[in-house]
Design a protein around this ligand. Structure first.
Ligand code: ATP
Ligand code: MG
Length: 593
């Protein structure tokens, strides 16, 4: 028997030297009754309570043995799919010289999220938050000819991002493990093909992890193009909102989703401007109530500053919220700042709430909905007054109409017009067509077939490995603890002998252990001398998919008791038949659906 020559005879190894079965009494799997106070969401609470992770500092976590087993399973699934789709694994350094980041321009563009360090010679380095620079540097040195392309390289490696608000445990850490991959192609067509291959690989990864997820259109930021998708695990605690069409399956991150926000023209058009007294109506709802008009007939004026610190007046329909990501994109990636009430009053001469586009000296952008508002309510540029019958073009001019509103539930789907749903999700993966951004900045070219020098077309692809594990926990739990999908469970079976002093119980359990491990089943063998209740509680908390109990009682019935963690169904199995039945169940669970 494998492992027999070792004193710890219950640690069984597989042919690669990986632990197949582990006895609990010599393991290191500390469980807790209570979650720490800072744990806000269930996955964070349970991963700590079940002894998967421990916090070292804000956003920095250690994986304990049982947590590392599940993490390795996520990694193995990712690695398998990367290999299947022709990506090659590398391992790049965590510490990167600042020069590369200066070359790409990101030394200046990145804010405090980038951890900058100095070595003993006072040279600048960064702890990598991502690896476009490093990988492009390798490629520009090593790849010369179109014949060397396409190329797709990935790694599974530790990143550091000094997140402003690390939280939710592994979900938004500062130090975290990412699979990041980069594709290199000769042209657009090739890049498209690489993108599609990674898209398919990601679908496989998250399906094999047993997750309920959706691939959604994502905002591709200032780089532009429609080539960005996020893989979202659906969960109420997710930080992202997704617009979904139940009819045609359109799915987009709310940051990116588009839907017309139709305003309502309340009365006849062509009426002259009419200044009305509107005391204490600084906000749309009060104003709508006071004037007895729909919120959608009010022009909401917001004052921002652009990159040059010039004021920019932005108009949106009153019943809508502004989508700051869309505004940022329209400003070529510059994060707009909203003017404070004092600044607004100084520039526009009236308190916020009465600001008007009429005769405004600033540049004006408006949501496309405003163009359809034939006559509406707008600020009068005077405290406590608004105008009725304000008309675009006649009374105020707009420099540019854009799509600037945040989509809301029941807005018409941009593809089929049916009402949209809003759901919440956790972004576990991101595929992105980079184009020439880094090859241009760092000078990564190849000689094309016709002898000309051609910039390499890139794509980048990321999966949060720890975040995927946390997302799985978020999606699979019940009041007693974790309920792992089989593919990510640290062990497949918890084997519980209840009276270890009884030689019959022990002998039966160990025979089961032998047979299960011989069949390649991963077992956590709870040989601890503790009360049955403790073993049951811990087994539930750890969330192993199958629990096999052997006790004086089950032996009287001629067998062992098998409980399915997910549906809690209990069956008694014949001792001899139990291993075969368990292998059958595992195969059925793991079979692709
Ligand atoms: P987010 O919007 O959540 O900050 P991001 O867009 O910054 O994510 P990418 O740069 O695309 O993330 O990184 C690829 C993947 O790495 C993400 O899809 C996510 O799964 C993971 N990831 C990013 N930031 C973190 C973090 N702070 N902690 C854990 N995982 C992360
Ligand atoms: Mg981020």
């Amino acid at each position: 028997m494998m492992g027999d020559n070792h004193s710890d005879i219950y640690t069984r190894l597989d042919p690669h030297g990986e632990v197949l079965a582990q006895r609990y009494s010599t393991y290191f799997a500390p469980t807790l009754k209570e979650a720490p106070a800072e744990a806000e969401i269930v996955s964070h609470k349970l991963l700590i309570r079940a002894g998967f992770i421990r916090r070292l500092a804000a956003g920095i976590y250690s994986y304990l043995p049982i947590g590392l087993r599940s993490l390795r399973k996520v990694e193995r699934i990712i690695r398998g799919e990367m290999n299947r789709f022709g990506a090659r694994e590398v391992l790049l350094p965590a510490v990167q010289p600042a020069e590369l980041w200066k070359e790409s321009g990101r030394w200046d563009q990145f804010g405090p999220e980038l951890l900058r360090i100095k070595d003993r010679h006072d040279r600048d380095y960064v702890v990598g938050p991502t690896h476009e620079e490093v990988i492009t540097d390798i490629i520009r040195r090593e790849v010369r000819s179109f014949r060397d392309l396409p190329l797709n390289l990935f790694q599974i490696q530790t990143k550091f991002r000094d997140e402003i608000r690390p939280r939710f445990g592994l979900m938004r850490g500062r130090e975290f493990i990412m699979k990041d991959g980069y594709s290199f192609d000769l042209d657009e067509v090739g890049a498209e093909r690489s993108y599609q291959a990674m898209f398919n690989a990601y679908q496989n990864v998250f399906r094999r992890c047993g997750l309920k997820f959706a691939a959604v259109e994502a905002n591709s930021g200032p780089i532009g193009g429609s080539y960005s998708h996020e893989f979202m695990v659906l969960a109420d605690s997710g930080e992202d909102a997704i617009a979904f069409c139940p009819q045609c399956q359109y799915a987009a991150n709310l940051e990116k989703a588009t839907a017309p926000a139709y305003p309502i023209t309340p009365g006849p058009i062509g009426q002259p401007l009419d200044k009305v007294y509107t005391p204490n109506c600084r906000h749309v709802p009060e104003l709508a109530r006071y004037l007895n008009v729909p919120e959608a007939s009010i022009v909401k004026s917001l004052l921002f500053f652009d990159a040059q610190k010039n004021p920019l007046l932005v108009l949106i329909p009153g019943h809508r919220e502004i989508n700051l990501v869309k505004l940022r994109d329209a400003l070529d990636g510059f994060e707009p700042t909203l003017a404070s009430p004092e600044e607004a009053e100084k520039i526009m001469g009236v308190p916020m709430g009465y600001v008007t586009p009429i005769k405004a000296q600033t540049r004006i952008w408006a949501d496309q909905g405003i163009e359809r508002l034939k006559s509406g309510v707008a600020g009068a540029g005077e405290k406590d007054y608004h105008y009725l019958n304000a008309e675009v073009d006649r009374d105020f001019q707009v420099n540019q109409f854009l799509d600037l509103c945040l989509v809301e539930a029941n807005d018409p789907c941009p593809k089929c017009g049916q009402p949209l749903d809003i759901k919440r999700g956790i972004e576990v993966g991101h595929v992105f067509k980079l184009g020439l951004k880094y090859s241009k900045a760092l000078g990564a070219t190849v000689t094309a077939a016709d002898g000309s020098e051609s910039l390499i077309v890139m794509g980048c692809y990321g999966i949060g490995v720890g975040r995927t594990l946390a997302a799985a926990a978020e999606q699979n739990h019940d009041p007693d603890g974790l309920v792992w999908p089989l593919a990510l469970a640290p062990f497949q079976v918890a084997l519980l002998p209840l009276q270890i002093q009884n030689p019959n119980v022990l002998a039966a359990a160990e025979e089961l252990l032998d047979k299960l491990t011989a069949a390649g089943v991963e077992v956590l063998y709870d040989d601890r001398d503790v009360r049955p209740g403790v073993k049951f509680k811990d087994a539930d908390l750890l969330g192993l998919p199958l629990r096999l109990t052997v006790s004086e009682k089950t032996l009287e019935k001629g067998g062992a008791e098998l409980k399915n963690r997910a549906d809690r169904v209990v069956v008694t199995l014949d001792l001899a038949a139990a291993p075969t039945e368990i292998v059958r169940l595992i195969k059925a669970f793991l079979a692709p659906s």
